[in-house]
Design a protein around this ligand. Structure first.
Ligand SMILES: Cc1ncc(COP(=O)(O)O)c(C=O)c1O
Length: 518
């Protein structure tokens, strides 16, 4: 954790910029930790045998003596034997090796890495919620059904849609679910359209989902302002078009100003409008996708609605639809009965079937529900307004030092280009790596693909002006270093547990599982 104090906390005579202060940590106090950390399997010690359970009289006895023999495995599991303190210390050490949102700023564009209140985690951990079993008869869990139903209604209201499934486990999974519903609707109409149109600024999951759903993908170019090129779109939309997949705001952080015309064009040709709602953090209580003409929208609860994105934890990608697609929602759908009580509706003969075990990742839904209850309508609007203000504040500071290819007012994020670093023999990657030395996670780099040397920055609404200023100072300092000391950037990071990694090897030679004898 950084010891760094912000400028106003320091003694006046010692006052210096936050970026200069961070440089004091460059001499690598953290570096030696990681390579020395053994795997938990390497900590295995036979004397640390399994747990002991207390008897009624308080004496502890080994588990083998307390359970009947048939309850025990014949072979012990191949798990490391470590005592509690070693296990806790091992995982605590690991937990601080990487950068994370509780440690510092995390402007990873398109990922909405906002700070999520710990209170929501603690409520989601209440035994009455966390202890539910998915195989429990539905009549024993009316509260859970009520929560899912209410959350679904709220999400529909936020997006201007009619019905929803909470089953998909991620944004990409939501995309596939939405496209399968579109395919089912068109098939029912006897209209076997084969093509999904996607702008060149889209996230890679969009074309991947379209291909998995069995569609051909047609790419449409962005115009000089970073919006969908309407003339290019007119040329490609025709009777083969099943859907247009659009991200709003797009991955350049720009709102699509001609969205009504675009929807009219696609609908006029008999296609459907799919919105990738991963960037919904910019629109809450400001604009509704359903009102813009979208028929299907996926939400990333694990971005916008109080669950962390990434890190391997569970996500949730609900998909909301307009009425005509509702019959195709995955079963079961949580609906209100005539008595107003929510129940699990399995009787949907035109459903695309199940897309996820049971009902989806329930505890992620719990956090989203709590978040929405606590914020209310006014709070929701403030989330988006502050996300937009923060992005624009930072953009106007940083455009003075880095190239800003699209200069309009941004929504929740913006994209810089590190092209002007080339004259110092540097790349965007070098900036990203150097940022780690200042306890800042790197922005998303080299995406969207239409911006050379892209640096995609999304500060989110949960950052204070102080942390935005510090980030801007760090970026200014890095730009200065590029001129005066490019080698420092080329070899960065200098203070992280490990230095620059071989990223190609890491991607191509994945070894994520420990094998006995390694
Ligand atoms: C614009 C956009 N669309 C879709 C996705 C996919 O979401 P997920 O990572 O939950 O599958 C992302 C993820 O970052 C995204 O940024």
């Amino acid at each position: 954790m950084t010891e760094e104090k912000m400028p106003e906390e320091r003694e006046p005579e010692k006052r210096q910029s936050a970026a200069q202060g961070a440089a004091g940590r460059e001499q690598g106090a953290r570096r030696p930790v990681a390579p020395d950390e053994p795997l938990i399997f390497e900590l295995d010690a036979p004397e640390c045998a399994g747990p002991c359970l207390p008897e009624a009289d308080g004496t502890a006895r080994p588990i083998e003596e307390l359970l009947p023999p048939e309850a025990l495995r014949s072979e012990p599991p191949d798990l490391p034997r470590v005592n509690e303190s070693e296990a806790v210390r091992h995982f605590t050490r690991l937990s601080v090796l990487n950068h994370h949102i509780d440690r510092g700023f995390y402007p990873l564009g398109s990922c909405t890495m906002k700070y999520n209140p710990k209170y929501h985690e603690s409520l989601a951990r209440l035994p009455g919620l966390a202890g539910l079993h998915p195989l429990q008869p539905p009549e024993t869990v009316p509260g859970a059904l009520e929560l899912m139903h209410t959350l679904g209604r709220w999400l529909c209201e936020i997006a201007g849609l009619d019905e929803i499934t909470l089953q998909p486990a991620a944004g990409a999974h939501g995309e596939l679910t939405g496209l399968l519903m579109i395919r089912a609707l068109l098939t029912d109409r006897g209209d076997a359209r084969q093509r999904v149109i996607i702008p060149d600024s889209a996230h890679g999951t969009n074309p991947a989902s379209a291909r998995i759903a069995g569609y051909d993908v047609a790419q449409v170019a962005s115009d000089a302002d970073g919006h969908v090129d309407l003339e290019a779109l007119r040329e490609v939309v025709d009777e083969r078009t099943a859907a247009l997949m659009l991200t709003v705001p797009n991955t350049l952080g720009l709102f699509e100003p001609r969205i009504a015309e675009i929807a009219e064009l696609v609908h006029g040709a008999g296609g459907l409008m799919y919105m990738d709602g991963a960037n919904l953090n910019a629109l809450l209580d400001i604009a509704r996708p359903g009102d813009m003409g979208f028929d299907v929208v996926h939400f990333n609860l694990h971005k916008t609605f109080s669950a962390p994105h990434g890190g391997g934890g569970p996500g949730s990608g609900p998909v909301g639809v307009k009425q005509e697609l509702a019959p195709y929602l995955p079963v079961p759908v949580v609906v209100a009965g005539q008595d107003g009580q929510p129940f699990l509706d399995h009787d949907r003969p035109r459903s695309i079937g199940k897309v996820q075990a049971f009902y989806g990742n329930f505890l992620v839904m719990v956090k989203a529900y709590i978040y929405l209850r606590r914020l209310g309508e006014d709070g929701l609007r403030r989330v988006s307004e502050n996300a937009i203000i923060n992005a624009n504040y930072l953009m106007r500071r940083l455009e003075k030092i880095f190239e800003l290819p699209f200069t309009q007012h941004a929504m929740h994020e913006f994209v810089l280009s590190g092209k002007n670093m080339r004259r110092h023999g540097l790349r965007t990657l070098d900036i990203a790596k150097r940022l780690l030395d200042f306890d800042v996670h790197a922005p998303t780099v080299y995406f969207p693909l239409i911006v050379p040397e892209a640096l995609m920055i999304e500060p989110t609404e949960t950052e204070s002006v102080r942390s935005l200023d510090r980030f801007a100072e760090v970026m200014e300092r890095i730009a200065e270093e590029a001129r005066t000391d490019p080698e420092t950037l080329k070899n960065a990071p200098h203070t992280t547990p490990v230095g620059r990694l071989d990223e190609v090897k890491a991607a191509k030679d994945l070894r994520l599982r420990w094998q006995p004898g390694e």
